[in-house]
Design a protein around this ligand. Structure first.
Ligand code: ADP
Ligand code: MG
Length: 694
């Protein structure tokens, strides 16, 4: 078993371990064969596999194991001792028995011998094994010596590979066991020879990259962790290269499109700067300079403005919009939700009026007449309904899209299809610049790295439910001092209606209990826009002390006197979301507080604990974004989805940065990529399932 192992042995290509050496040419079409062609795959299993997104042989071969069993020693049963390490033993079954335990549990035990000694091996709750473990059958078992002799963790009966060193463990579901997945992959593995390699041979040699089929083979059958990782890296490199080529081509396409040049800033912009009660920060000035440079060109602007919540992006956004208005054209500000659109409208309406610029709010609730008027305004604020079909703005030349990660591909496409010539995307969940360039590669990036100087960092604490009453005591003290607060309701996986009801109930409970001496309002997604506006306005005017809310307040609400936030069941929220929520406080000169309430710390998963502790320790959004990326893994990055590309299967963005840099450099130096490579690019960019994106 432990013969000499060369690292990345497969790079030499000369000795395929299992699949028959290429008989004839590869036939990529065979990779599209449905999985029901594999032995043992019937209707039921086929359906279960589909739930995992696995339909074809190709899908299965590209289903990456998320880890591998560690290597263990195979030992003689006589030498087992009381070792606490996991080991493997192999032998023959002498006898088997099955008995019920307390509850509805069962235990199967088998006497196993390897000639050196005999041991009793135990399995729990797998009664069917008793039929398979017949006397005389050969078994290989992985596990530890334990209370019942040998506690089996995985086993092979007859031939098999479940107990092998580096046996792949697949992201399987509860319905399909890792063992089943392994059997299926084994049955499909011969088809790796049907892969053409999209990477030109010359490039592969220069980069020291193995063939695609060898890489696919070793991720399923590695002989070491190093080998598995080298295979993954090869596949990741290809993925990143295709992504970069695709992005470079899009950027080139855009360079050929025309947009009106908006010249240099003029009189309206000068008045705008005077109207603002503050001077722009150096970061804002820098962003504004970059935007000006874009708008002067006749190539459509595609810029991403990254900045933490409260860093002052809206001021910059309005600047860009006014640059269009200055030329008699139209600007638009688009938000993902109606609450946010209304909030933006309230923020900029006043300034627009002061400048003599007409500004209108357009939502799905706007009556026809208002809608027609709105379409003619200088500045239009609305949700993505704005860019849906049928809505024709007068002369839109600068569009600002807020919280762009929430926009699906379809909306972005609509936007790109000539409705707005210059586009500024804003996001408050910044990602590191190199990554931004990868996933939004055809966007230029501006950053507001620091908020306006007057801000005090928010003091964040994390407590158990058990201590929650202490938090409310502190809250009431601050409320008595005249501050305002948010209480965020738990995130339950439920409909908007259920969420709304939960929020109402919680508000009612607080009105009777902890907060009975205060005025408590409730904000959720089921309220009609006028009701919602009314509550927001009352909170703004300090007619309400506390706002109990669902995550509808996540973005956009801006009340400087609100300095406390309590987030209930905070462990249910994602890191980025919690950071966004927290950004609702800390907007004024007063010290602000955020209290995260969770279940008892021992009950939480490791990741949940890391998330919450990170929020306590860190206030910088860029730093938190890096941690979030680590916790979630790159493939899930929303940015990729909304780029129109399906999840990356092999690349791990943070880890693979060096690979990424190489892929980028290569994509730029390639000039006209060869045909097979281009076909692969089209496939990657065309593969998107719009259903999966929203
Ligand atoms: P973001 O959109 O990035 O979350 P906003 O644009 O809403 O942030 O700004 C947050 C708050 O900071 C607003 O109240 C805004 O008026 C204020 N602000 C913005 N820029 C400055 C600045 N340069 N100096 C002082 N305050 C500013
Ligand atoms: Mg904002």
């Amino acid at each position: 078993m432990t013969a000499l192992r060369r690292q990345t042995v497969f790079a030499s290509l000369d000795q395929p371990r299992v699949w028959p050496a290429t008989r004839g040419r590869p036939q990529p079409r065979r990779l599209d064969t449905g999985l029901d062609a594999l032995p043992g795959v019937g209707v039921t299993l086929k359906r279960k596999l589909e739930k995992l997104g696995l339909r074809t042989i190709r899908d299965l071969l590209e289903h990456r194991p998320h880890r591998y069993e560690s290597a263990v020693d195979e030992v003689a049963i006589a030498a087992l001792g009381a070792s606490s390490d996991e080991v493997a033993i192999a032998g023959e079954v002498l006898s088997v028995s099955k008995r019920p335990l307390r509850g509805r549990r069962t235990m199967v035990t088998a006497r196993v011998t390897d000639g050196t000694a005999t041991i009793s091996a135990a399995w729990f709750n797998q009664p069917w094994l008793a039929d398979q473990l017949q006397p005389g059958v050969h078994v290989r078992l992985r596990g530890k010596p334990g209370r019942y002799g040998f506690d089996v963790k995985s086993h092979d009966i007859g031939a098999g590979d479940a107990t092998a060193d580096f046996a792949p463990v697949y992201p399987a579901s509860e319905e399909i066991t890792p063992k089943r997945m392994r059997t299926l992959v084994t049955a499909a593995l011969g088809h790796v020879s049907d892969y053409f390699d999209p990477l030109p041979a010359e490039l592969r040699e220069r980069e020291g990259m193995p063939l695609k089929r060898d890489a696919l083979f070793v991720i399923h059958r590695p002989e070491s962790d190093g080998e598995a990782e080298a295979g993954r890296a090869r596949l990741a490199f290809e993925e990143l290269l295709l992504l970069q080529i695709g992005i470079a081509r899009r950027a080139a396409e855009r360079e050929r499109t025309l947009a009106p040049s908006l010249g240099v800033p003029g009189e309206l912009i000068a008045r705008y700067r005077q109207t603002l009660p503050f001077a722009l920060t150096p970061y804002q000035e820098q962003a504004v300079r970059e935007i000006d440079a874009d708008l002067e060109r006749t190539v459509p602007m595609q810029r991403l403005l990254q900045g933490d919540v409260g860093s002052g992006k809206t001021v910059v956004a309005l600047y860009a919009i006014l640059r269009a208005v200055e030329h008699g054209r139209q600007g638009a500000l688009m938000a993902p939700t109606e609450t946010l659109a209304e909030q933006h409208f309230l923020t900029i309406e006043g300034i627009c009026a002061e400048l003599g610029v007409t500004c209108a709010l357009l939502t799905s609730a706007s009556p026809k007449k208002t809608r027609a008027d709105a379409l003619g305004a200088d500045v239009v604020v609305g949700t993505h309904a704005l860019i849906q079909e049928g809505v024709e703005l007068r002369d839109l030349s600068v569009a600002v899209v807020d919280e762009q990660h929430r926009f699906g591909v379809e909306q972005r496409k609509a936007l790109a299809q000539g409705r707005a010539s210059h586009v500024l995307h804003m996001t408050a969940t910044p990602i590191p610049r190199t990554l931004a360039l990868t996933v939004y590669g055809d966007l230029s990036v501006s950053e507001i790295a620091k908020p306006p100087a007057s801000r005090k960092p928010i003091v964040t604490s994390w407590i158990d439910e058990g201590q929650a009453s202490a938090a409310y005591t502190r809250l009431t003290r601050l409320l008595r001092e005249g501050r305002q607060a948010y209480v965020v309701c738990p995130l339950v996986e439920a409909s908007e209606t259920t969420l709304a009801r939960a929020a109402e109930e919680e508000a009612e409970r607080l009105r009777r209990a902890e907060l009975r001496e205060f005025r408590v309002g409730c904000l959720h997604g089921r309220l009609k826009p006028p009701e919602r506006r009314d509550i927001m306005a009352r909170f703004n005017a300090r007619e309400l002390d506390v706002l109990v809310a669902t995550t509808v307040i996540e973005v956009g609400v801006d009340v400087p006197n609100a300095t406390v936030m309590i987030v209930q069941e905070a462990d249910r929220f994602g890191l980025a979301q919690l950071h966004q929520l927290r950004g609702r406080v800390g907007r004024g000169a007063e010290q602000s507080y955020c209290v995260l309430v969770s279940r008892a710390k021992e009950e939480l998963t490791e990741t949940a604990r890391t998330r919450l502790q990170s929020l306590v320790d860190i206030t910088d959004g860029f730093e938190l974004a890096e941690i979030d990326l680590d916790l979630r893994g790159g493939g899930q990055l929303l940015g990729i989805r909304q780029h129109g590309v399906s999840d990356l299967r092999f690349a791990r963005l943070r880890l693979d940065r060096p690979l990424l840099e190489r892929a980028r450099a290569l994509a730029q130096s390639l000039g006209d990529p060869p045909g097979p490579l281009l076909d692969a690019v089209d496939e990657l960019f065309g593969e998107t399932d719009p259903e999966a994106l929203s």
